[in-house]
Ligand binder design. Structure first.
Ligand SMILES: C[S@@+](CC[C@H](N)C(=O)[O-])C[C@H]1O[C@@H](n2cnc3c(N)ncnc32)[C@H](O)[C@@H]1O
Length: 276
């Protein structure tokens, strides 16, 4: 996959791309990310990319010209490299479609993305109208620029590319992912006892079926407690298709509370419990 990023601050992406799963994706040739400073396409001697808003008001608005020219060069180069007719264009914007796991999964199937990072008060509307960007938001809050939202897209997409995660289907059971779109349950690693808190017995049992049932039940319980909105009809239908609905869980084999961690109450988040 190729991702072109149009930004005034290309260097802020360097650290993200140099570490972890994105680095692995790039090293394996599964992901290529190119950042382009559209200020290089400014035409005046001050290298201006923004101007005052028509109609008045505070702040500055990013102008069409440098963004169009940068987009055109990037698109022409990508076409010449055989990436296709054009990229799927996303404009990072608070008013856009909310970024979520299904959207990341959809984007991860694209061969070529172009992410435009706004700044200041935003981007002249004719950029989106003329170039056909879809607007994508990372949430109902306002950041100073589109770079952090673009990084969320790159990171979320990059780890979904086949071959990036160690296990073949490593992201399948993650929160919000295809295994029912639920939250993931709790995880434990060594040591077995830490400050009086024990790892749930079932995870030490070696019984893979019991572990799977416990994890499915935990995922359902966590989701019901924290995000009941995710337990809608659609998620239920997907659970049923995957055979992991709470109704199909073997609750006889795994009574409620079995496998709960033992230890101090604060470790289990019980009401009134305080940390030492
Ligand atoms: C300060 S914001 C502009 C906010 C705009 N005036 C508004 O009220 O919606 C500057 C840029 O940051 C990016 N941005 C800020 N918050 C965002 C969010 N929640 N999701 C995606 N992009 C965001 C966008 O690219 C935006 O053009």
């Amino acid at each position: 996959m190729r991702i072109d990023v149009l930004t005034l601050f290309p260097s802020v992406f360097e650290a993200l791309l140099a570490h972890g799963q994105l680095r692995i994706a790039r090293d394996k040739g599964l992901l290529e990310v190119r950042c382009h400073d559209f200020r290089a396409f400014a035409v005046d001697r001050h290298k201006s990319v923004d101007d005052r808003p028509y109609g008045g008001g505070p702040g500055m608005v990013l102008m069409c010209g440098p963004i169009y020219d940068c987009d055109e060069q990037v698109t022409t180069e990508g076409r010449a490299a055989g990436l296709g007719e054009g990229p799927r264009r996303l404009l990072m914007s608070p008013r856009g479609r909310r970024l979520d796991q299904p959207l990341l999964e959809e984007l991860a199937r694209e061969p070529w993305l172009l992410l435009l990072c706004g700044h200041y008060e935003g981007v002249d509307e004719r950029v989106r109208l003329g170039l056909g960007h879809e607007e994508v938001s990372v949430g109902d809050y306002v950041l100073s620029g589109g770079e952090v939202p673009a990084m969320a897209v790159i990171d979320g997409v990059g780890r979904l590319l086949p071959g990036v995660l160690g296990a073949p289907d490593g992201a399948h059971d993650d929160s919000f992912s295809r295994a029912g779109r639920l939250l993931e349950g709790p995880q434990y690693t060594r040591p077995r006892t830490f400050r009086g808190m024990e790892v749930p017995e079932v995870l030490l049992s070696g019984d893979h079926g019991a572990v799977a049932r416990w994890r499915a039940q935990q995922a359902h319980d966590e989701t019901r407690a924290r995000r009941p909105d995710l337990l809608g009809a659609a998620a239920g239908a997907r659970d049923a298709a995957a055979g992991t609905t709470p109704d199909t869980l073997n609750t006889t084999a795994m009574p409620r509370g079995a496998g709960e961690p033992t230890g101090p109450a604060h470790a289990r988040g019980e009401e009134g419990a305080s940390r030492p």
